[in-house]
Write a protein that binds this ligand. Structure first.
Ligand SMILES: *[C@@H]1O[C@H](CO)[C@@H](O)[C@H](O)[C@H]1NC(C)=O
Length: 208
């Protein structure tokens, strides 16, 4: 007897698509807003020139959208069938371990970067002095994204839902695209800063 994906996932549930849309929406939203901030300073203008407060506002917005997304994910899993192969003690244990590891990655990276460093401060002109290279950045280049993906998988396994595993694959792909889009852009922001610093040094040498 072969198992087809339609036995594992109920594709007639609208909540599945709503959750998938919310997962894709969030990085799309923050990338569009952050690039608008970088080019036109829209948020900084909204906060009367205070880029620090503008960045905190974006952080709060992203955080809230994340809560909505997590809620919709939970709502999507509820009506989905669970699978006996996922309803074992070993899978439950794995879900706890994934949840713990995922949260450690997210919390320690936020701790290492600070709020503005975590939530796109670079686009606001709030740059880090140096690249953060300690834990968790010495185990993964994108601890936020991988930590979040692990938490999605943890919930899928905890409830024993193949639909959750499928949505986690979607999370992974969405973050991969987001990273491919974000990494070169932020690298460009820092390269520009380094060029300006080098030019300043040259300028001050000439003045001596
Ligand atoms: C990462 O850095 C931490 C200290 O910040 C260290 O304890 C740990 O061993 C490092 N891990 C790897 C894989 O290099």
């Amino acid at each position: 007897m072969s198992v087809s994906i339609t036995d594992l996932v109920d594709f007639d549930q609208q909540s599945l698509y709503i959750s998938a849309a919310a997962i894709a929406f969030n990085p799309l939203f923050w990338n569009i807003v952050a690039r608008q901030e970088y080019r036109n300073k829209i948020l900084t203008k909204l906060f009367l020139g205070n880029s620090q407060i503008a960045c905190y506002f974006l952080a709060l917005t992203i955080f809230s959208l994340g809560m909505v997304r997590d809620y919709l994910y939970k709502e999507a899993l509820a009506p989905q069938p669970s699978h006996p192969a996922l309803e074992t003690d070993a899978v439950k244990l794995a879900s706890y371990a994934l949840f713990a590891a995922g949260n450690i990655l997210v919390i320690t990276s936020t701790w290492a970067l600070g709020i503005t460093g975590t939530f796109l401060g670079d686009y606001f002109g709030i740059l880090m002095d140096d690249m953060v290279t300690g834990f968790p950045f010495n185990v993964t280049d994108a601890p936020m994204y991988y930590g979040s993906t692990m938490s999605f998988l943890a919930a899928a396994l905890y409830y024993g839902k193949p639909a959750g595993v499928l949505l986690t694959v979607w999370v992974f792909l969405v973050y991969k695209v987001a990273l491919a889009f974000e990494n070169p852009f932020t690298a460009g922001i820092y390269a520009k800063r380094d060029r300006e610093r080098a030019a300043q040094k040259k300028g001050s040498k000439k003045a001596e």
